[in-house]
Design a protein around this ligand. Structure first.
Ligand code: SF4
Length: 287
């Protein structure tokens, strides 16, 4: 049975950059604290924990002198709070996320009410809303906007960087078709990450060819969950795993071909273990 790995797997440039900065910061200061996990992958967080990076949930839990901002960014209020306490702030925000934050700020400063297509509880989305000065909202359901009795006269739409492009287009379409007669201006910004878009397109193509998809990535990783949803939307049996240990022999029974894709915060070592385990289970099934 063919077991195929997607062309592009493992860390994206934003995650590589964040981890390089974190490693350099630990090298310079010893122990540091990250505001939330530096990336959404437990194995990576554990490895950096051993090197000296401790993840805390809130700015007021930072006890040391060095605060590291994760790749998905934070709101300007958080940056101000940390700076006002005299902490050394090391910012690993991905340049793509930074672009989305700037778009949110610019829309808001130009008088638009900002609508973010994204998960309202995801740290990246919370940060973007902060950059919009909280003059807006975040949602994945266009009806929460179109059902409003009154709409602001100017609406600015943007997306969480890792969302599915087709769903963003549907979201935009739905808002445009039902609100244009009620507002003066609608501005749409493309803040989707190109790397995520490419991986999603590849995953969909692969899912249409194989009978089983294995999507490797952190449980809380938004881009991994989107990849898994995309594979499922092709009608292909799909399993989202964090490690090779979660793969079950029964999943391979009766399959004709397997495709493997990964989120953007998964180390190469985990991908190698997944490929090895699938290969072993495949061989065992043929004996
Ligand atoms: S997935 Fe895209 S936006 Fe997210 S960290 Fe990687 S490069 Fe940046």
């Amino acid at each position: 049975m063919d077991i195929e790995k997607a062309t592009e797997v493992g860390f994206c440039f934003g995650v590589k950059r964040a981890l390089r900065i974190l490693e350099e910061t630990i090298g310079e200061y010893g122990e540091v604290e990250t505001l939330g996990p530096v990336v959404h992958n437990q194995q990576v967080v554990d490895r950096f924990g051993q090197l000296g990076a401790k993840a805390v949930e809130k700015p007021n839990q930072i006890k040391g002198n060095v605060a590291v901002i994760p790749s998905h960014g934070v709101s300007p209020n958080v940056l101000e709070e940390l700076a006002s306490r005299g902490l050394k702030v090391v910012d690993t925000t991905c340049p793509n996320v930074r672009k989305a934050q700037s778009a949110a700020r610019d829309l808001s400063e130009s008088g638009f009410w900002v609508v973010i297509f994204g998960d309202p509880v995801h740290p990246e989305v919370k940060g973007m809303l902060g950059w919009a000065g909280y003059r807006g909202t975040a949602t994945l359901d266009s009806r929460s906007i179109t059902d409003l009795d009154e709409l602001p006269s100017r609406l600015g739409l943007l997306s969480q960087t890792t969302r599915n492009p087709t769903q963003y287009v549907d979201f935009v379409d739905s808002i445009a078709s039902s609100s244009l007669s009620r507002i003066d201006e609608l501005r749409i910004i493309n803040t989707l990450c190109n790397i995520t878009k490419r991986r999603q397109a590849d995953a969909l193509e692969m899912a249409r060819k194989v009978s089983l998809m294995i999507v490797v990535g952190g449980r809380h990783s938004a881009n991994t969950r989107c990849l898994a949803d995309m594979c499922l939307s092709a009608g292909t049996e799909t399993h989202h795993v964090e490690t090779a240990a979660e793969i079950e022999a029964a999943w391979l029974k009766g399959q004709t071909a397997i495709g493997v894709t990964t989120g953007t915060s998964i180390p190469d070592s985990v991908i190698d273990e997944v490929m090895l385990k699938l290969d072993e289970l495949n061989r065992a099934g043929q004996e």
